[in-house]
Design a protein around this ligand. Structure first.
Ligand SMILES: Nc1ncnc2c1ncn2[C@@H]1O[C@H](COP(=O)(O)OP(=O)(O)O)[C@@H](O)[C@H]1O
Ligand SMILES: [Mg+2]
Length: 347
């Protein structure tokens, strides 16, 4: 598929502000949102949706019709913004929404976007690890990962690119000897894992969500339909990263070791994923190995992201607590891997 031929999303060079509902109404009224017409300011409601770290999302409703307003966080400094790959996020969103795999992008503005609002609620952790939802989530991943695309270097941001960016920033900011030594060990581990992946996992790259935690999955409690949101990290990457990254999110946003997926849960999820392709015992064993390796890599990557954010972000989050816990869990996962795939992991 030729990407440039389908990228036509509307881009308005204006700033949206929830404090100015009249302007907001006029703006949304002029977009092509089906069934949306808001004539009375009194019928407009603006509800803040509990958001993630960097952005703020709002549900903007008029009568029974709603859209999502997503405002990007500007609290970070310039050095950070260059890692946000905003252009790719919107191009991917535009492409995927046309395939029904992402919310419709009604408009992009200078500080955010207006998107389709998915009726429902965030999936609960227990639901996400139940076989019924595992099947639905795995099936969505298959749809995403099997999309054909024109390989455009711009869209290719593998975890190795991100490791390089994050570690470069971290190294320029570290000053204390003990911290430098600790980080050198992390970097060595990443390097060894990269070589191991190169030797043992040959996979075609594909379009990946790259951040499928439970806050980014909306379910319709009535129909049990599953939708993915938040394509901020979406890019062309290794599919095993996407799966490993998702599976490791079972341990909640606090990265609790006891909540990590069991081998049975990992296998069941991967069987659903492979079912729609091919599924021999060898293939499943390989999938378990690849996903578990990438569960470790994803944990290390988010650890590096958190450590980088500690230096760059102006937001008042407890980044040290976040990244230290990620590194702790990463070492735990490494231990587990060594126990099960010892012969392969000789570092
Ligand atoms: N298209 C949407 N439909 C319904 N709810 C949404 C939509 N987009 C975002 N939300 C809600 O807003 C929250 C934050 O939005 P998200 O895009 O994930 O931002 P962040 O990057 O901050 O995680 C989500 O967890 C979800 O509850
Ligand atoms: Mg999110």
């Amino acid at each position: 598929m030729e990407l440039s031929s389908i990228i036509k999303y509307p881009y308005h060079k204006i700033l949206l502000n929830v404090q100015d509902p009249r302007h907001l109404i006029n703006f949304v009224n002029n977009l092509n949102v089906p069934n949306w017409k808001c004539t009375e300011i009194t019928s407009l409601s603006i509800k803040k949706l509990c958001g993630g770290i960097a952005n703020t999302a709002y549900k903007i409703s008029c009568g029974t019709k709603s859209v999502t307003l997503r405002l990007s966080g500007f609290e970070t400094n310039k050095e950070f913004d260059k890692f946000k790959n905003i252009e790719i996020e919107f191009l991917m969103l535009d492409l995927l929404s046309k395939m029904g795999l992402a919310p419709i992008l009604y408009a992009r503005t200078l500080n955010g976007s207006i998107l389709e609002y998915y009726k429902g609620r965030k999936i609960k952790l227990e639901e996400m690890r139940s076989a019924m939802f595992q099947k639905k989530i795995a099936s969505k991943f298959v749809q995403l990962h099997t999309l054909s695309f024109e390989m455009n270097k711009k869209f290719k941001i593998t975890c190795w690119h991100l490791f390089k960016e994050y570690t470069t920033v971290i190294k320029t900011h570290l000053v204390e000897e003990s911290e430098i030594l600790h980080f050198q060990k992390i970097e060595k581990l990443i390097l060894n894992l990269k070589q191991l992946v190169k030797k043992t996992i040959q996979s075609d790259l594909c379009i990946c969500h790259n951040d499928l935690n439970y806050s980014n999955i909306i379910i319709n409690p009535k129909t049990k339909e599953v939708k993915f949101i938040d394509f901020e990290f979406c890019a062309i990457n290794n599919p095993w990263f996407d799966l490993g990254n998702h599976l490791v999110q079972y341990c909640s946003k606090d990265t609790i070791i006891e909540l990590l997926p069991t081998n049975k849960e990992i296998t069941t999820f991967l069987q659903f994923y492979l079912l729609e392709k091919e599924s021999s015992l060898d293939r499943i064993n390989f999938a378990v190995y690849a996903s578990r390796l990438f569960m470790l890599l994803a944990t290390l990557l988010w650890g590096c992201w958190g450590q980088m954010m500690f230096f760059l972000s102006n937001l008042n989050n407890d980044y040290p607590k976040y990244y230290k816990q990620k590194y702790k869990v990463a070492y735990y996962l490494l231990d587990q891997l060594r126990k099960e795939f010892g012969a392969k992991i000789n570092f």
